[in-house]
Design a protein around this ligand. Structure first.
Ligand SMILES: [Zn+2]
Length: 309
């Protein structure tokens, strides 16, 4: 009897549920789910840093709104505004530009020097470090100095973050830099090799790199060793380019298609540029595209974003 009534209740729940029956129907910001949607540039309050970042974040969020809403909430105020805004956009109640404006407004209220209105613009590095640095002292993991010979360990300040800045040009690629950053070798007083390791408590679902050197190539995937010793592999999902006082972006879909967006030129459209296999880690560092006057402009990669699907 109990089983029958449980089954009956389950059937009634299914009927009342508004969830789509087929998982193949996924949420979409535009008419075609497979095509990323771009954000239109605002000529009054220069918005290209926001447009380039949020166009990439849209494409990440839309593949799993429920899971990403939870993750975006952990980013703080702006993550909440983005997720709640995106939910309205997929129901046709809001535009991506208005969601961007709401985030900009909240950032300006919190720090009007970094996030001003008008034609000053916002530095993309300020935007990503503000949005992705864990606020409210929520720790994402720990940084620990260990010598296995002495059985010595010490936890240090500056635990791992979601956003990292690459200053050094001696590493060949982002992933190579990351491996060194996750496990920095040194020598203990006892003379044995020791290491400072950065360990994330949970496998990170999104990591952002600020590139302050043009020498490292853009890895197509990065690997992070978790506290359980297992590796998490995060694929490249977006690159932001800077040049000519403007930011543009390349968006990489889970199917590894590469799209280009410039809120001034391609406007709400993203333009397909091929498959990720058509690019090398070095060719991804540069983006040569026409500006609004039709002149070719070479821009350098300044941000790379990796995330799970
Ligand atoms: Zn030692």
């Amino acid at each position: 009897m109990a089983i029958v009534s449980t089954l009956k209740r389950k059937a009634e729940e299914d009927l009342n549920s508004e969830e789509p029956k087929s998982k193949k129907i996924r949420a979409s910001f535009g008419p075609t789910p497979e095509i990323p949607v771009g954000i239109l540039w605002d000529s009054v309050n220069y918005s290209c840093s926001y447009d380039s970042l949020f166009t990439i974040l849209c494409e990440i969020w839309i593949y799993n709104p429920k899971s990403w809403t939870k993750t975006f909430y952990s980013f703080g105020n702006q993550g909440k505004i983005l997720s709640e805004g995106y939910k309205k956009v997929i129901r046709g109640l809001e535009t991506l530009e208005n969601v961007r404006n709401d985030v900009h407004e909240s950032l300006k209220q919190e720090n009007s020097d970094l996030f001003p209105y008008g034609q000053t613009g916002t530095d993309i590095r300020d935007l990503i470090s503000y949005i992705f640095t864990s606020h409210h002292n929520i720790s994402l993991g720990y940084r620990r100095l260990t010598c296995n010979i002495c059985d010595f360990f010490q936890d240090l300040d500056n635990p791992p973050e979601r956003v990292m800045s690459i200053l050094d040009g001696t590493y060949k690629s982002i992933n190579e830099w990351l491996q060194q950053w996750l496990m920095e070798p040194s020598i203990c007083d006892c003379g044995s090799p020791m290491a400072t390791s950065r360990i994330y408590d949970q496998p990170p679902s999104l990591l952002v790199f600020s590139l302050n050197t043009s020498r490292v190539s853009i890895s197509k995937t990065i690997r992070i060793k978790g506290s359980n010793g297992k590796f998490t592999v995060l694929p490249l999902r977006g690159i932001i380019y800077s040049g000519g006082f403007h930011f543009t972006s390349r968006i990489i879909t889970p199917g590894k298609e590469v799209w280009y967006h410039d809120g001034m030129v391609t406007r709400r459209n993203c333009i397909k540029k091929g498959h990720l296999t058509d690019f090398t880690g070095d060719s991804l560092k540069i983006c040569i595209e026409k500006n609004s006057s039709g002149e070719l402009v070479e821009r350098q990669a300044v941000v790379a974003i990796y995330s799970k699907k």
